[in-house]
Structures are given as structure tokens and as C-alpha cells.
Design a protein around this ligand. Structure first.
Ligand SMILES: Nc1ncnc2c1ncn2[C@@H]1O[C@H](COP(=O)(O)OP(=O)(O)OP(=O)(O)O)[C@@H](O)[C@H]1O
Length: 343
């Protein structure tokens, strides 16, 4: 299937189902859904109890018969049935009744660069399951670059790094096409996981995923003392009692070195595959950091130190991809050649 802007303009809805959040943009209305990709289900009865923010709040606090499902992993819908129920539920909560029953609903979906045909098929099945008659697939990197306002159609290099929850995608674009790209299976979740593992190993402290966010401040150069980020509250591994510890910011930075190195390796690999003229353009222009994990304090300076290139954070990094896709379905994007994602 070849995707053209003409085909995309016929879509009424743009969908970005990520590991962390699901976003739905409706033509002429804008971004109407931006909720966690989570569904809480009573596993005894099969009843869906909550979706989105409510389901995420339940995570880690549920009795045995309630489970919080996350149907998307690393940009792939791994549980199509659950993803359909989640989308249907979010749509019926947020959008007009009967929206998904419209007979000729066309949807555009962004998928990670180079995604496997099974990933593409899972996305199509998920959307057709909620009523889409036609599903157009667009590379997340192109959608995000458009959403960041990068001049992708110009004959000069632009570089984008989309750092999401489960994956980081890197690309150099020129003349509306991807020149070189790489997807690294590491994102904000891996950085959080590295911090959680460090606390467990070195402080015997268990921390829930959401407890890591305040500690992100330690990843920037400060010592976090002023903000109180270096005091961490969790549960003692042995006694199960609530306990607080003071952590050394330098050790936290060291703990996240492995996932960060993978991201930096991805950037390096893309630069090595680029023609020298384009790399020279990038030396001046720098790279654009997008995706929710672009907001991790210090990530920008770590990438700058490793690449020596200027690093810019997109204005709204979390929603770049769906906003870019939205701009395409609204017809706000000048014709450019999109990389087809064969199905
Ligand atoms: N303010 C913030 N500070 C630090 N991290 C943040 C912030 N906001 C979001 N994140 C991180 O961004 C990630 C989610 O980013 P995003 O919404 O782009 O993911 P996604 O598109 O659902 O994931 P993927 O693209 O991997 O499927 C999470 O790991 C989250 O912890």
C-alpha cells in the first residue's frame, strides 16, 4: 500500500497508539484523546472497569481479580482484542456517540519506522475492529518531523530523535524522505527501569514506576538537594516497611548509562549511514528531540555532549507525531514524497 498525502487527506481521524499513551486527532476538531494506554479489567468476569487515566491510577493498587493491561508494547499492539476494547471505550467516553459506526471512516495510524508486517497488520486490525473501513499507515518519524515543524521537504538534512516510552526512533530526513533511520528498543521505560533496579540493588528499596518521575531531576547536572529529588520514598525489600533513602545523583546517572548508551549508539549509527553533505548540514542545524521522554531533564545535554550537535526539544514533544499526522489529514502539509509502508 502506498501512502500519499491525497489518501491521507481523505482520513477523518489520526491515531497514535503508543506503549504509554493513546492519542486520537479528529479532523477539524484537533487532539481529542490523549490518555494512558491502559485498561483495568476484572479477570473473573472479564468486565472492563476503567481505561486511560483511571486505569493507570489503579496500576499497582489492585486486588488479585483486577488487572491493569497495557495492550501496546514497543510500538506494537500485542493484544488486539484489549486494544480494541480500550479504543472503543476511550472513543465512546470522549467522542460523539456513533462515531465509530460511521460507514466510511478512514483512519491514519502512525507506526514505528521499519515496523514488521505483523505490527502493521495488528494496527490495521485494531482500527478496523473499532469501525475503520480504510487504514493508512504512516511512519512515526515522518509524522513527528512534520509535527515538530521541521522543513522535511527541503533539500537539506533534518534530524529527529523520537524518544517514547518503549522505543527511540532516529532519522535523518531530506526532500521529504528518510535518508537513514534506526529504531532502538529503549525509551523512557528503560531509563526508569534502570533507576528502579539501582534502588533495589544498592538501597534495598522497592519503588513503583511512577515514583521515578521526581528522580529524573537528578539526571540533569544538579544534585537534586534543593528540589528534594535525592530523597526517595519506597518500600524496604526485606521488611516491607515504608522507608526513605538519600541517593547519590552521580550513581543514578551511572545507572542510566546503559539505556542512554543504546540511544546514543542509535544516533551514531544513523549519522554514519548519512552522506557527508547531510552530516555537515546537521552540524549547524542540530537535531530535534521529540517524544514524551524528551522531557527527561538532562537528556538533551547528554545527547549534546555525546554528539557535539545542537539539540532542540520540540515545543510539544509528546504529541508531535499525532499532531503531524493531524496536519497531514487536514491537508496543511505541502505535497511531499512519503516513504510508503508496504503492507
Ligand atoms: N514530564 C516528563 N518528564 C519525564 N518523562 C516524561 C515526561 N512526560 C512523559 N515522560 C515519559 O515519556 C514516555 C512516554 O512518551 P510518549 O508519550 O512519547 O510514549 P509513547 O508514544 O506512548 O511510547 P512509544 O512511542 O514508545 O510507543 C514515558 O516513558 C514517560 O515516563
Amino acid at each position: 500500500m502506498t501512502i500519499s498525502l491525497a489518501q491521507l487527506r481523505r482520513c477523518s481521524t489520526a491515531v497514535d497508539m503508543g506503549a504509554a499513551r493513546t492519542r486520537v486527532y479528529v479532523k477539524n476538531q484537533g487532539l481529542l484523546i490523549d490518555e494512558p494506554t491502559a485498561a483495568a479489567v476484572n479477570v473473573r468476569t472479564g468486565a472492563m472497569l476503567a481505561v486511560g487515566t483511571q486505569a493507570e491510577k489503579m496500576d499497582g493498587r489492585t486486588p488479585d481479580h483486577i488487572r491493569v493491561f497495557r495492550p501496546v508494547t514497543g510500538g506494537t499492539v500485542v493484544d488486539i482484542d484489549m486494544a480494541q476494547r480500550l479504543l472503543r471505550s476511550l472513543i465512546s467516553e470522549k467522542l460523539r456517540r456513533g462515531w465509530w459506526r460511521r460507514r466510511v471512516l478512514r483512519a491514519a495510524v502512525c507506526l514505528p519506522h521499519g515496523s514488521h508486517p505483523l505490527t502493521q497488520r495488528a494496527a490495521v486490525e485494531t482500527l478496523t475492529g473499532v469501525g475503520a473501513r480504510q487504514v493508512e499507515l504512516v511512519d512515526t518519524l515522518i509524522a513527528a518531523a512534520v509535527g515538530c515543524g521541521l522543513p522535511v521537504e527541503h533539500p537539506e538534512a533534518t534530524m529527529i530523535v523520537v524518544c517514547g516510552a518503549g522505543t527511540t526512533q532516529v532519522a535523518v530526513l531530506s526532500l521529504g524522505s528518510i535518508v537513514a533511520a534506526e529504531t532502538v528498543p529503549v525509551g523512557g521505560n528503560a531509563i526508569d527501569h534502570a533507576v528502579i533496579q539501582h534502588l533495589r540493588l544498592h538501597h534495598q528499596l522497592m519503588l513503583r514506576g511512577r515514583g521515578v518521575r521526581p528522580m529524573h531531576l537528578l539526571l540533569s547536572n544538579g544534585d537534586g538537594a534543593a528540589s528534594g529529588a535525592n530523597e526517595v520514598h519506597g518500600r524496604d525489600v526485606h521488611s516491607g516497611q515504608a522507608r526513605s533513602v538519600f541517593v547519590d545523583p552521580e550513581r543514578i546517572r551511572h545507572a542510566v548509562a546503559t539505556p542512554l548508551t543504546a540511544i546514543l549508539d542509535g544516533i551514531g549509527a544513523v549519522l554514519r549511514r548519512c552522506p557527508p553533505d547531510l552530516v555537515a548540514d546537521l552540524g549547524e542545524r542540530g537535531l530535534m528531540l521529540a517524544g514524551g521522554s524528551a522531557l527527561i531533564p538532562g537528556l538533551e545535554s547528554m545527547i549534546h555532549q555525546a554528539t557535539t550537535m545542537p539539540v532542540h526539544i520540540a515545543d510539544f514533544p509528546s504529541t508531535c507525531a499525532v499532531q503531524g499526522l493531524g496536519a497531514m489529514i487536514e491537508g496543511k502539509v505541502e505535497p511531499l514524497h512519503l516513504d510508503p509502508m508496504a503492507r
